[in-house]
Design a protein around this ligand. Structure first.
Ligand code: NAI
Length: 253
């Protein structure tokens, strides 16, 4: 783990998993711009180091950490180390996620297990560890990045929809357990966002989704980052247990 500074002096520390690209990268850049010390987490360090340099050259603060969030033990250790080295964990954004799509009759145990582990168990492990420093500080903002698939379901995504729906139940429970300690927990559920995850989907899928939306364009990482910036702000202390669908009005749930 590379650590560039300690933050005991009032700068809020924000852990963002899956920060190397896509939505996580946009969230990290936005939180850094808003003055957070951002802890960038992904499987390998080189792309994170590039992002760290970019944030620092803009006057922001960042720390890069390699961690496979599919390993719950490693996730717990990573959060613990950050709390020790930076002195605090104020914001946790569980964003890392994968898809292994298949129709349910063809879905293998491995496809099911991997998606549940990376998308859902990782968030549980990170929250369980981050809750301690947050409780000590009487402040915390937890955001889990789910998906509209977890709200309304999606053919071919039994594993992914179950994991994302699991994040919603997890978040409501955390909101209830920790609300009295100054800790909020919310879900952002993106619709169709242009990233590597959606890059290989056929054009008709994209057109179909946009056709279902009120806003006739695909979403961007910045659309999601703006919502995360608000729910992780100090002023959002009365908002908890919510699922906010940022999907151009596709579901309106
Ligand atoms: P992406 O595939 O572009 O990026 C995923 C990020 O997660 C990468 O940084 C990757 O390194 C990291 N990651 C994946 N597995 C990991 C592991 N085992 N350990 C550590 N890091 C790991 O995906 P995208 O589109 O940016 O998605 C981000 C989140 O948003 C995911 O949770 C995804 O399910 C969710 N989402 C995305 C939508 C979209 O349309 N792109 C729609 C709804 C939800």
């Amino acid at each position: 783990m590379s650590t560039n500074t300690t933050d005991q002096a009032g700068v809020r520390v924000a852990i963002v998993t899956g920060a190397s690209r896509g939505i996580g990268r946009s969230i990290a850049m936005r939180l850094a711009r808003d003055g957070r010390h951002v802890v960038l987490v992904a499987r390998s360090l080189p792309p994170l180091n590039d992002l760290k340099s970019q944030i620092e050259s803009g006057g922001g603060k960042a720390t890069a950490v390699a961690c496979d969030v599919g390993d719950a033990g490693a996730v717990g250790k990573m959060v613990e180390q950050i709390a020790e080295q930076l002195g605090r964990v104020d914001i946790l954004v569980n964003n890392a996620g994968i898809t292994r799509d298949n129709l349910v009759l063809r879905m293998s145990d491995a496809e099911w297990d991997e998606v549940i582990r990376v998308n859902l168990t990782s968030a549980f492990a990170a929250i369980r560890t981050a809750a301690r420093p947050m409780m000590r500080a009487k402040f915390g903002r937890i955001v889990n990045i789910a998906s509209t698939s977890g709200v309304v379901g999606n053919s071919g995504q039994a594993n992914y929809a179950a994991a994302k729906a699991g994040l919603i139940g997890l978040s409501k429970t955390i909101a209830r357990e920790l609300g009295s300690k100054g800790i909020t927990c919310n879900v952002i559920a993106p619709g169709f966002i242009e990233t590597d995850m959606t890059a290989n989907l056929p054009g008709q899928v994209k057109d179909h989704v946009v056709g279902l939306q009120a806003v006739k364009r695909t979403g961007t990482g910045d659309d999601i980052a703006a919502a995360v910036a608000y729910v992780t702000s100090d002023e959002a202390g009365f908002l908890t247990g919510q699922t906010i669908c940022v999907d151009g009005g596709m579901t309106m749930c």
